[in-house]
Design a protein around this ligand. Structure first.
Ligand SMILES: NC(=O)c1ccc[n+]([C@@H]2O[C@H](COP(=O)([O-])OP(=O)(O)OC[C@H]3O[C@@H](n4cnc5c(N)ncnc54)[C@H](O)[C@@H]3O)[C@@H](O)[C@H]2O)c1
Ligand SMILES: [Zn+2]
Length: 405
């Protein structure tokens, strides 16, 4: 036992309480399997993928499906709702819609207002969905987080089919096991860990993204490459100009590898539901989450992550973990991808420790969200993350002023 543990706590841990009956020791193992598919034209009648995913669950009857679509997506794909209805009719042996597909706003604001979760709950109730039914959510990462939370909490869990339609959704948020909404001014304060039934990534949706959302998701790929896979980082650097100019083949390659690395981490880290204090996939995120909040979500998640990566890479360089050329390579790649690496929100309240918009409060909030001791991932080389439990704020101040200049 560590000698830092206070005497009284040591006694508590070692002392056997007087009991008349021994505790019953319970142990439950739960295995989750889900596939992440990659396709084009998901709702074309000659694409049976969705119907097949639903049909193979072993039940003979058609399965009930509630379809909810991100309004921001629908603006660019106006025939989508009709296409889904025609698709469901065509594959009626597998699918019955509980009602006509409906739309709900997308973007971060949908996570800030609890009424949308309630709306999904009402639709699940009115449609008579059960645990063998499906909620099919089609939209960006924020929309999927909100719908996923509603699906996970109705009847203690309705099957969720995710169709992510942004880069970030397809390569990160949509393929993982988390969902949630914001509350008390904090990101993802309410949420659950609940793996989806399946994920269907349709690259065709990405063509209508605006440039900011196209770019934003690339930050998550840079993040996971930097902590896990130097070759992947090299390939992002090589493809940076193509990616910045919306080359779809380069983007498909990036999304596939990024999704694969996220999925591998969830499957093999030994902590898929983040019960420990560490969360390496959140490299660059302590600052990113705070910046999103300070800017009232004007910064996209991925844009904030790019700044967070630049900041934590600069810090890693300043404390001698990264060489100057590695550090410069990271910043240059982010810039070639089109990211801005300094925003005034980094510095605005930095000298007022108690101000809610002080960036460094992001460290405390990050620790609180995870529980346990502060654990930040830094880089000790490209492709190699390292966890630290203490940071030097004066070095962070220096890192911020380096980004500024
Ligand atoms: N659950 C997780 O593990 C996890 C991981 C990372 C990020 N996230 C969350 O994901 C969210 C960010 O997701 P995002 O980057 O996808 O942004 P987003 O969901 O905010 O979408 C951005 C905008 O694009 C619109 N849109 C969606 N698809 C479109 C398309 N194909 N064409 C045109 N417009 C489209 C949306 O309506 C929205 O206005 C954040 O809330 C973040 O916290 C969750
Ligand atoms: Zn992220």
């Amino acid at each position: 036992m560590s000698k830092n543990i206070p005497e009284k706590l040591k006694m508590l841990i070692t002392h056997k309480s007087p009991v008349s009956l021994q505790p019953i020791q319970q142990s439950v193992r739960v295995q989750f399997n889900y596939d992440v598919h990659f396709t084009n034209g998901l709702f074309d009648l000659d694409n049976p993928l969705l119907a097949q995913v639903i049909a193979v669950d072993g039940e003979i009857k058609p399965k009930k499906l509630l379809v909810v679509v991100d309004e921001g997506l629908l603006k660019h794909h106006q025939r989508l709702l009709t296409k889904i209805s025609i698709y469901a009719k065509f594959y009626e042996e597998a699918i019955t819609l509980s009602q006509q597909p409906i739309t709900i706003p997308g973007g971060e604001s949908v996570k800030n207002e609890p009424k949308f979760v309630e709306q999904i709950h009402q639709l699940i109730d009115a449609g008579g969905l059960c645990r063998h039914s499906y909620v099919l959510a089609i939209g960006g990462g924020a929309f999927l987080d909100m719908v996923g939370y509603a699906a996970a909490t109705a009847h203690r869990g309705i099957r969720l089919l995710r169709v992510p339609t942004t880069v970030l959704g397809q390569n990160d948020s949509g393929v993982g096991v988390k969902n949630g909404i914001n509350a008390f001014g904090k990101k993802n304060f309410l949420g659950t860990f609940m793996p989806p039934y399946a994920v269907l990534n349709d690259f065709d949706f990405l063509t209508s993204l605006d440039d900011r959302d196209w770019r934003s998701g690339i930050a998550e790929a840079v993040k996971v490459a930097l902590i896990k896979d130097a070759n992947f980082f090299d390939s992002i650097t090589t493809d940076a100009d193509k990616l910045a100019h919306r080359d779809m083949k380069a983007m498909e390659k990036l999304i596939y590898r990024c999704a694969q690395l996220h999925l591998e981490h969830i499957a093999t880290s030994g902590d898929p539901f983040e019960k420990g204090s560490s969360r390496p996939l959140d490299f660059g995120h302590w600052a990113a989450h705070k910046l999103e909040q300070i800017t009232n979500y004007k910064l996209r998640h991925g844009e904030a992550v790019a700044i967070g990566i630049a900041l934590d890479s600069t810090y890693s360089y300043l404390i001698g973990l990264l060489t100057e050329s590695e550090w410069q390579n990271i910043l240059a790649t982010l810039k070639r991808l089109g990211f801005t690496l300094y925003v005034s929100a980094l510095t605005e309240q930095l000298h007022q420790p108690d101000h809610p918009h002080n960036l460094f409060n992001g460290l405390t909030e990050f620790r609180e969200h995870l529980g346990g001791q502060l654990t930040i991932t830094l880089l000790q080389g490209i492709g190699q993350g390292i966890e630290v439990h203490q940071v030097d704020l004066s070095v962070y101040r220096e890192a911020i002023s380096m980004l500024q200049t």
